[in-house]
Design a protein around this ligand. Structure first.
Ligand code: XUL
Length: 523
């Protein structure tokens, strides 16, 4: 067995991670940060373009350019590109990429002597892609729910009520507001399937994990729901390829990557999935009842479940797990790292000072609370930005630092109640999971151990592990999910964080105070 590559196309960066499944080691990990490379050329900040009124897009051509930079970096890192047996990936969820009728032909005839971005410049019917941070489709959400026979019906059918960021409402808005461009659209990809298409040199379908984040897929059947398609936009069925099993091989990598970067012609491409579904695998959540936390641009808190369970309040999301059998329950906080950064920047701190401030302040923050809506929020549903402080002065640096982190941790506890899981331990990933002081707050608030791992990039790792599992199956030597993931999910020695009894009991009260404050604000 050779090496396996997982690629994570996230909001702010593109990461490649190569694993050796035999030794259980990560042999290379490289990241291309979008702002660093492209803030001038594409006008992005934090990987996105804020167009106002809740409209947030990213340029897909930027992801194309980043993919070539990533392959150059991996090559330079000393990894033998020809040793990669298969590649799978992960993409920020919900974002949609709109392609015209030339796309399939151009992807199929890529030339190795030209940059990818140069060749793909004219394949788009919409220059930018709305991403998960876009909150501008409330009207379309209501229309889609009504169109399928009500909110409850959409929830029963797809596992989710209509969310502004989900692909269906975004597609509907595009069809309504730019009908000519929609007409010119031959194919609609998600970020995940778009990136997979670049590698395969042909249009690759969406897997069931990421398709669950569209409001268009029948969650039990794992295929597009005709009713949801009809309620969303005319002619949508012919613009989408059928939903594919995440564990299937789509074909060999395009000769473009073979000739230009030395990949083996036999290297196989598997479908990409969403970043959260891939993190589920990368954190080893292939058994029901386990919980994990991802502290990234968004913060997400999620669990592996063995059956469909939906959130009555409609704020939780449900996805099919890319392991093929389970489900993933998730809550997503838009005010994740961006809120932590807003506080850090407001008080002119660096991360070390931020951590030091957390360390010297008391759990419970002496009753000082913050609702950290630096931007509109997904969970709980808050339509406009507005930070609220209680017993907390805006000039109080230490109080604000602790308040933002405690708010995020307490909110994750309150809003995960619908999952009905007795949290035993939490596995963590994402950039901020390297901060022990932030994780201590989560351990205390959830009264459980918090585990950290070899990499903070579980989405890319999960993608690489999916490639191992899928290729083994395709080659007639199937492996169990446990055998695939276990070598990579041994917590780093000495890195587990345990709850502190005194802090735990203090948070029992604080959580109720926070819940009451939140209810006053959100009605
Ligand atoms: C999940 C969500 C985000 C994105 C970006 O529903 O919207 O977590 O996947 O990471």
């Amino acid at each position: 067995m050779g090496n396996f590559l997982g690629i994570d196309a996230s909001t702010q960066s593109l990461t490649g991670l190569v694993i050796d499944p035999v030794t259980g080691q990560i042999v290379a990990e490289k990241s291309v940060n979008f702002d660093e490379h492209f803030s001038h050329r594409y006008g992005v900040a934090n990987g996105a373009i804020d167009l106002g009124d809740g409209v947030v897009h990213s340029p897909p051509l930027m992801w194309v350019e980043a993919l070539e930079i990533l392959f150059r970096q991996l090559d330079a890192s000393g990894v033998k590109m020809a040793s990669i047996d298969a590649v799978a990936g992960s993409g920020q969820q919900h974002g949609t990429v709109y392609l015209n009728m030339s796309a399939a032909g151009v992807l199929g005839g890529l030339r190795a002597d030209m940059d990818l971005s140069e060749q793909l410049r004219d394949i788009f019917s919409r220059a930018t892609a709305p991403i998960w941070m876009d909150t501008s489709t409330r009207e379309q959400c209501t229309q889609i729910e009504e169109g399928v026979g009500g909110r409850q019906r959409l929830l029963d059918l797809t596992g989710n009520t209509a969310f502004e960021r989900f692909s269906g409402p975004q597609i509907r808005k595009f069809a309504q507001t730019e009908p000519e461009a929609y007409e010119r659209t031959a194919s609609i990809c998600l970020v995940s399937s778009f990136m997979a298409s670049l590698l395969a040199g042909r249009l690759v379908p969406v897997d069931a994990g990421d398709a669950s984040g569209t409001n268009l897929m029948d969650i039990r059947q794992r295929r597009w729901s005709p009713d949801a398609l009809a309620a969303t936009a005319d002619g949508l069925n012919r613009r989408l390829l059928p939903v594919i099993d995440a564990d299937s091989v789509v074909g060999p990598i395009s000769p473009f990557w073979v000739e230009r970067y030395g990949l083996a012609a036999t290297c196989q491409v598997l479908p990409f999935s969403g970043d959260n579904p891939c993190s589920l695998i990368g954190l080893g959540l292939v058994r029901p009842g386990q919980m994990a936390l991802s502290l990234g641009t968004s913060d997400t808190f999620f669990a592996c479940m063995d059956q469909v369970r939906t959130s009555d309040s409609g704020e939780g999301a449900l996805f099919a797990s890319p392991d093929g059998g389970h489900y993933m329950a998730l809550i997503c906080f838009l005010n994740g790292s961006l809120a932590r950064e807003a506080v850090r920047d407001q008080y002119g701190l660096n991360w070390a000072e931020f951590a030091e401030t957390l360390r010297r302040t008391e759990p419970g923050n002496d009753g000082r609370l913050m609702l950290p809506y630096f931007d509109a929020e997904i969970v709980p549903h808050v339509t406009a930005a507005g930070v609220l402080r209680e017993n907390l002065d805006e000039g109080d640096v230490a109080g604000n630092v602790r308040a933002v982190v405690e708010a995020q941790a307490m909110s994750s506890r309150i809003h995960a109640e619908w999952m009905g899981i007795q949290v035993q331990s939490v596995s963590v990933t994402g950039g901020a999971s390297s901060s022990e002081d932030i994780l201590q707050v989560y351990a205390d608030v959830h009264n459980c151990q918090v585990h950290r791992f070899q990499t903070t990039n579980a989405a890319a790792l999960g993608a690489a592990l999916r490639a191992v599992h899928g290729l083994a199956r395709a080659q007639g030597t199937p492996m169990s999910w446990e055998d695939v993931v276990d070598p990579f999910i041994q917590p780093e020695a000495g890195s587990t964080i345990s709850p502190r009894p005194e802090a735990v009991s203090r948070y029992t009260e604080c959580v109720e105070a926070y819940r009451a404050l939140e209810q006053r604000r959100t009605g």
